[in-house]
Ligand binder design. Structure first.
Ligand code: DGJ
Length: 785
């Protein structure tokens, strides 16, 4: 390489990390280091770089020498390449596969670099906003003539680097175009990935890597609930709070793949982007360059909580955009689990009136409001209101809500249709199907082929007109099936999913532009399209159709690995829960729901007086602490296993205020005192700790009541049943159980401050904590000096 050293080294740095690129003697671009921040000598010293990229041995064995004459020991199989390609001795899974007229041999080498990336707003795919620095490096492959531009965006404070690839138009065919490629040095690695299904999203799988390839892939159409593109690489022994971890994600909503290949000599190659299955693109006839989705990556020494801190800040500052960035979200009442399709205008009025009384801010009318929509068998694709159900229309309801001090929100599912609906009839040629064959249904519905401008324009117009037809301030945008029958009938089959996703993004962009004040919530039968691509348009997404608080512990804590709590909505629903039939207390349901974008989804017109009182208190608590709950740093704290509890907290940036939630997994009769774990709050301050007020159900004491009740009252009879609806056990026994304590910061951080002792089989007092299976207690801790 004739270039001077300073033109061959690119050191991208964030507050805590370094990404070091180097153009080697042959012109290949290598990532010689990615990890906690390092400083390099100035001026650059080639020896330092050589130390970082040294090959493990000088024996070539069966390695292919790239250029035997110049350097017999240099082989692409050992080089940490920014782009992995086949044909010149790199035997790992490629990140790019280009077929030229001489075949599949690729050899990309350095051409030029620029410290600027421009005009991203004009591109089809969304990108993370407000980067601090950017870089682009152009490489050329002499074999095929392909030219690519690798682009980097740097986000200093959140310690994230974004990366994509632009492939220039030319006489070649793409077979694989991943967004990034990164090689990590020899170590023992594990990968955290997610898996799930409808209602059961957010399971974490931990794979100890062994030589070979471990891939996380989906091909369902949306990014999907099967797997999320969020993946984490940990070095063995890492945990919640400590250790070196790398996090990866894609700003993309289509089928993806993330590959983790451990070489036989234990080096790790990671690459990811568009799923290469069914993908190809002829660049000769392309309309323009092909641009891959942005991949984002971070690295931390602070374990999972470090990954969370970086990604949460990144998403809140650079992915979420528009009016709701960093802003309060209204506390909503949604009618879905309260009524399903079965509602009348009168019932909705009752919801709104009661909503006002309880302190809600937004009423959301879910599925079932338009013509023919009395079940999920029909109606999708109609945008006219069902006047039989709602004689005064959407406008009438929105006005009614306004009159009662509530904003109004509406459910739509524009990407899908039922047979016989207006959209189905009028835009039949855009219904996804293979010509001559019956398309397969899911939830009785079919998909629209969003690749076409005509259908995009139709939907943009329909949605924006609907939104403007009434005072609508929130839209829940649903999407209830994966894609099938993706017949193309033309030559664009290789980019079907990419083009669909680009079409979807155009619709979202235009609708957002036309309705800038509306809060949009994404939904895909819950979490079937929960990704950074959608979050560039919708600031929040319904995380799962499972609203059970205990299932939500897993779903939300898995999402929180890469997404802040301001992005996933979580609702208090009824007990027993509709999806699991599990019974949990209102306190537990509230504790989990307040750790997401908070709302309720149950028939509030049939609450007991006690439930009403509790809900009012919960809403008031949430209003008081909304910013901390939505934007404080959410962490999970590992408790001693003897407690049988999970612990989550949110902490403000100044580290002077926190809300801590403890959720019981199972009652344990073993006596122990629950201690508040150290939260790392500012030690120079004094803190007031206040717990929630305990509400136990008198009926939960069962036949124990016999021993305290007057003889003529039956413990399971009418009187106790009636009383349980109006008074908690504490109220009846005049024991208010609510901890309030003032402690110095040093003591609080010592982890030795205790909560009230738990119920141990007998005795009740104003200091007895009764949680029961799945019970919860939460604390507000705030500096008072
Ligand atoms: C699926 C969503 O996830 C639910 O919340 C609800 O909106 C239904 N669709 C309505 O059909």
């Amino acid at each position: 390489m004739d270039l001077p050293l300073e033109k061959r080294i690119f050191h991208l740095t964030t507050d805590e990390t370094s990404y070091l690129l180097f153009v080697n003697d042959f012109g290949h671009l290598e990532n010689v280091y990615y990890g906690p921040k390092i400083t390099l000598s100035e001026p650059y010293d080639l020896k330092e770089i050589e130390d970082l990229r040294r090959a493990p041995t000088l024996s070539t064995g069966t390695n292919v020498s790239y250029d035997e004459e110049k350097d017999p020991y240099f082989t692409l199989d050992w080089a940490r390449l920014e782009v992995g390609t086949p044909g010149k001795g790199d035997f790992r899974g490629p990140s790019l596969l280009v077929e030229g007229d001489k075949g599949f041999v690729n050899d990309f080498r350095f051409v030029s670099s620029k410290n600027i990336v421009r005009n991203l707003d004009k591109e089809d795919l969304p990108y993370p906003l407000k980067f601090d620095e950017s870089l682009q490096i152009t490489l050329e492959d002499d074999m095929t003539g392909a030219i690519i531009v690798l682009r980097y965006l740097v986000y200093k404070k959140s310690n994230v680097i974004a990366r994509d690839v632009v492939i220039k138009k030319g006489n070649y065919r793409l077979h694989k175009a991943l967004s990034f490629n990164l090689d990590l040095p020899q170590k023992e690695y594990e990968v955290l990935s997610t898996y799930g299904a409808w209602g059961s999203e957010g399971h974490v799988a931990t794979h100890e890597l062994v030589p070979g390839v471990f891939s996380v892939k989906t091909q369902a159409g949306p990014s999907s609930n099967r797997h999320n593109p969020l993946t984490i690489v940990k070095t063995l022994g890492d945990n919640l709070e400590n250790g070196l971890m790398y996090g990866f994600n894609l700003v993309y909503s289509g089928p993806f793949e993330m590959n983790f290949e451990l070489t036989p000599d234990f080096r790790l190659r990671i690459n990811g982007g568009i799923n290469a299955l069914m993908f190809y693109k002829d660049m000769k006839d392309a309309e323009g360059d092909f641009v891959t989705p942005w991949a984002v990556m971070t690295v931390t020494k602070r374990g999972q909580n470090g990954i969370k801190a970086n990604f949460h800040q990144f998403v809140n500052k650079h992915i979420i955009r528009g009016r709701y960035q960093n802003k309060a979200r209204p506390i909503l009442i949604n009618n879905w689990e309260g009524t399903y399709f079965n509602f009348t205008e009168r019932k909705i009025h009752q919801f709104i009136k009661k909503g006002q009384e309880l302190g809600f801010e937004l009423f959301v009318l879910d599925d079932g409001w338009f013509v023919d929509r009395d079940s999920d068998y029909a109606g999708l694709g109609n945008f006219d209101v069902n006047k039989k159900k709602l004689p005064h229309g959407i406008d009438g309801l929105a006005k009614y809500a306004k009159k009662h001090g509530l904003k109004f929100g509406l459910w739509i599912e524009p990407e899908m249709v039922n047979e016989g609906s207006d959209t189905y009839n009028n835009y039949y040629e855009y219904v996804m199907q293979v010509e001559g064959f019956e398309p397969s249904k899911c939830r009785h519905q079919l998909c629209l082929d969003l690749r076409y401008r005509e259908i995009q324009d139709y939907l943009i117009n329909k949605i924006s007109t609907l939104v403007k037809s009434a005072n609508i301030s929130y839209i829940k945008w649903d999407y209830n099936r994966p894609l099938s029958d993706f017949g193309t009938g033309n030559s664009d089959a290789g980019t079907f999913f990419y083009d669909y996703t680009v079409g979807l993004y155009r619709i979202l962009r235009e609708v957002m532009d036309l309705c800038p004040n509306v809060l949009f919530e994404g939904c895909a039968s819950g979490g079937n399209r929960f990704d950074l691509g959608v979050l560039c348009y919708f600031p929040q997404i319904w995380a799962s159709d499972c609203s059970d608080a205990i299932e939500r512990i897993r779903i939300q804590s898995t999402l929180s690995l890469g997404y802040p709590q301001s992005t996933y909505s979580s609702h208090v629903t009824t007990s027993p829960n509709h999806q699991t039939l599990r019974r949990t207390s209102l306190t537990t349901r509230f504790a989990m729901a307040m750790l997401g974008v908070f709302g309720y989804e149950l028939d509030i017109t049939h609450l007991t007086p006690l439930e009403e009182r509790q809900i009012k208190e919960q809403i008031a608590f949430y209003k008081e602490h909304r910013h901390l709950l939505l934007y404080g740093q959410l962490q999970e704290i590992k408790l001693n296993p003897i407690y049988n509890k999970r612990c989550f907290c949110v902490i403000n940036p100044a580290k002077t205020e926190s809300i801590v939630v403890f959720i019981n997994e199972q009652v344990d009769i073993l006596p122990h005192t629950l201690l508040i774990p150290s939260l790392g709050l500012d030690e120079t301050r004094t803190y007031k700790i206040t717990s929630n007020k305990q509400y136990s159900n008198i009926k939960d004491f069962g036949s124990l009541l016999k021993f305290v009740l007057p003889k003529h009252i039956k413990y399971d009879g009418f009187i106790i049943n009636t009383l349980s609806k109006t008074h908690s056990a504490e109220e009846m026994t005049k024991n208010e159980v609510k901890l309030e304590q003032v402690v110095p910061g040093t003591l609080l951080n010592s982890g030795k401050v205790s909560l009230y002792p738990e119920w141990g089989g007998r005795g009740i007092s104003d200091e007895t904590s009764i949680l029961g299976d799945f019970g919860a207690v939460y604390l507000h801790i705030k500096a008072i000096d």
